[in-house]
Design a protein around this ligand. Structure first.
Ligand code: HEC
Ligand code: HEC
Ligand code: HEC
Ligand code: HEC
Ligand code: HEC
Length: 477
């Protein structure tokens, strides 16, 4: 007998005979259908991939479909073994397996079943996968279905980007490489969630693609924004929650009317490199500027231990706008803004002082924060100002709700995200921000420091003034 003949006799015949059982046939159909869909996805990926896709697309393409494929493969031998055991137990195991012959109705029925089941599986699994992939491209999926993203999801929903810009438009670059990266990362992150080993909190760690591949699809880096007036209100710790205002005229700049780059935007883009020594780019000991003639000026922080080593990064939009789509507030900022909008009502005595203490306190979970903040505010008025509790009950309840809401979009105990976990690099008051470099102690070898004159960045028209005359002059009061 030829070796092929032996194989056919000893292997193929028993395989097909014993495999002709419902479990193995379903397994075969699952395997063929998922293989066809997988190949279809891969072809579409390589040939037609153009836009960004969510990292979790990888869940369907890399995990679910191969999972079904393998499940099918496992079902085939399981069915065979079960059938063999049953026949053997009943003493019906043939001494010679029947010839493989498709004119035999038993074999034909098996084949018909596999063809029909493959087709049905193809339609069902294919539609489900396609819909899954389409859904995974939406912010709803990225932000909501995975609880570890709740902090970013909550902050995203109060940002200006949430109406037009999906998570994927900043987090994933277009093209095959971006897609593959996204799939690899998505699968890795899914594993971390499955094994409960994801980092808490999740920090940015330079995973966001360079602005040129994301932000600049929508924003023109040279747009002349000119000066921008920022007006802010701040409430005091006194009984009256006294209000003061600041007016800052920021020189944002861009390419101005005369064609030259000016202001904050004009000064950096494409010209400044730096090395950070931490993963969130807060500690920056080394900075270099490219001058108009192509030469470089290097600055070293006075507390750096030279030589500074690490990866150089070319400054782009994200180095300042690191919180473009999910900015977390400081407790003071959040409360000032809420009070300026009327709730907590600034007419409630000491509401700013008490409210701030309540949202800054440590709670084990958001539900615990909700009950303790609500009870805490009531208790304060009961003890200190019972007349307010009886007269302004409604305002107190509303104030408690507002405080709980502020806490709810900024502090996430289960992810260890608390006030100040995610610094914002715009400005320099709450976080180092601009002063990571403009602190007056980043110097050239000949002692010149990065400019930190207040007026290069802004005119301070009024700082915490009770009644700044500029507000009236500008018609804002
Ligand atoms: C407008 C662009 C943009 C959009 C839209 C966006 N992000 Fe981000 N995301 C960023 C930037 C920029 C960073 C921080 C980069 C850095 O500091 O290195 C970041 C960081 C993150 C991080 C790391 C942790 C952190 O907070 O720094 C997570 C997680 C994240 N984003 C999730 C999301 C999710 C979920 C969505 C959609 C609901 C989303 N992002 C939408 C730009 C964006
Ligand atoms: C898909 C398009 C798109 C992408 C990508 C995009 N933006 Fe925007 N961005 C917008 C739109 C639209 C607005 C205006 C929102 C409005 O006015 O309602 C905006 C507003 C802004 C603002 C002003 C409002 C604010 O939140 O302060 C900043 C700053 C900004 N984007 C920075 C960025 C940065 C940085 C990136 C990259 C990390 C980025 N954008 C990516 C479309 C985009
Ligand atoms: C050196 C820091 C820095 C860099 C780099 C930077 N910006 Fe800005 N940008 C600012 C500051 C500061 C403001 C004003 C802050 C505010 O609105 O409160 C601003 C404001 C803006 C605004 C809002 C203007 C408005 O009318 O409200 C947009 C949009 C913007 N930047 C986009 C970008 C884009 C896109 C890039 C990258 C090409 C970029 N920025 C790079 C610091 C920077
Ligand atoms: C990574 C370091 C770094 C960060 C962060 C940074 N800058 Fe700069 N910036 C520089 C360097 C270097 C120069 C050029 C130094 C010089 O000319 O003195 C510069 C120049 C400027 C200038 C022009 C100065 C002049 O003399 O005309 C302005 C305005 C400015 N930066 C504003 C800002 C603002 C606002 C922020 C924060 C939102 C910021 N920078 C964050 C490094 C930085
Ligand atoms: C490198 C640029 C830069 C320099 C230098 C700088 N600032 Fe600022 N400053 C900013 C930016 C950007 C903001 C706006 C933050 C925002 O949009 O809320 C700001 C905001 C402020 C505010 C307003 C805070 C508020 O209530 O919103 C004050 C006050 C202030 N700066 C004081 C100063 C003083 C005083 C100096 C000089 C010792 C100085 N700054 C130097 C960039 C700078």
């Amino acid at each position: 007998m030829t070796p092929q003949g032996g194989l056919r006799e000893n292997w193929a015949r028993p395989f097909l005979f014993l495999g002709n059982n419902p479990i193995s046939l379903i397994g075969g159909a699952l395997t063929t259908a998922s293989a066809m869909i997988l190949i279809g996805f891969w072809v579409v990926d390589v040939v037609a991939r153009s836009g960004p896709a969510s990292p979790y697309v990888g869940i369907v393409i890399d995990l679910c479909l191969p999972g079904l494929f393998i499940l099918g493969l496992i079902l085939i031998p399981v069915g065979i073994l079960l059938r063999r055991r049953r026949l053997k137990g009943a003493g019906q195991l043939p001494s010679e397996y029947p010839k493989v012959d498709f004119s035999n109705p038993v074999f034909r029925r098996g084949l018909d079943f596999v063809v029909i089941a493959t087709f049905v599986n193809f339609v069902i699994v294919g539609t489900a996968s396609y819909r899954g992939v389409a859904y995974m491209d939406t912010p709803n999926f990225c932000g909501q279905s995975c609880h570890v993203m709740h902090p970013e999801w909550a902050a995203y929903n109060v940002s200006q980007h949430h109406t037009h810009v999906a998570c994927t438009e900043c987090h994933i670059t277009a093209g095959v490489q971006g897609f593959v990266n996204a799939k690899v990362n998505g699968t890795k992150q899914l594993m971390q969630v499955v094994f409960n080993s994801y980092p808490r909190p999740i920090l940015p760690e330079n995973r966001v693609p360079a602005a040129a591949k994301t932000c600049l699809h929508c924003h023109n880096p040279q747009q002349n924004i000119g000066d921008k007036l920022v007006v802010s209100a701040s409430y005091g710790d006194d009984e009256k929650n006294s209000i003061t205002h600041s007016l800052v005229l920021l020189h944002v700049g861009g390419r101005d009317m005369r064609g030259s780059l000016s202001g904050i935007h004009g000064a950096h883009l494409g010209r400044i490199e730096y090395i950070a020594t931490d993963t969130t780019n807060q500690a920056i000991p080394w900075v270099a500027k490219e001058n108009a003639d192509g030469s470089k000026t290097e600055y070293l922080s006075s507390d750096a231990k030279a030589p500074v080593q690490g990866k150089k990064r070319l400054m782009d939009c994200i180095d300042c706008h690191n919180r473009a789509a999910h900015s977390f507030d400081t407790p003071e900022e959040a409360l000032n803004r809420a009070m300026a909008a009327g709730n907590p009502d600034p007419a409630l005595p000491f509401v700013r002082k008490e409210g701030l203490a309540l949202i800054k306190a440590t709670y084990a979970s958001q539900p615990e924060a909700e009950s303790k903040i609500t009870a805490g505010l009531e208790e304060f008025y009961q003890k200190q100002h019972p007349e307010v509790l009886s007269g302004q009950r409604v305002q107190i309840d509303q104030a408690a709700k507002a405080l709980v809401a502020i806490y709810g979009v900024n502090v996430f105990p289960f992810m260890k995200v608390t006030w100040e976990t995610h610094p914002n690099n715009i400005g320099h008051n709450a976080y180092p921000g601009c002063f990571r470099c403009h602190d007056g102690s980043h110097n050239t070898a000949d002692g010149k420091s990065i400019n930190n004159d207040c007026s290069i960045c802004h005119n301070l028209l009024a700082v915490d003034e009770v009644n700044p005359k500029q507000l009236a002059e500008l018609g804002l009061q």
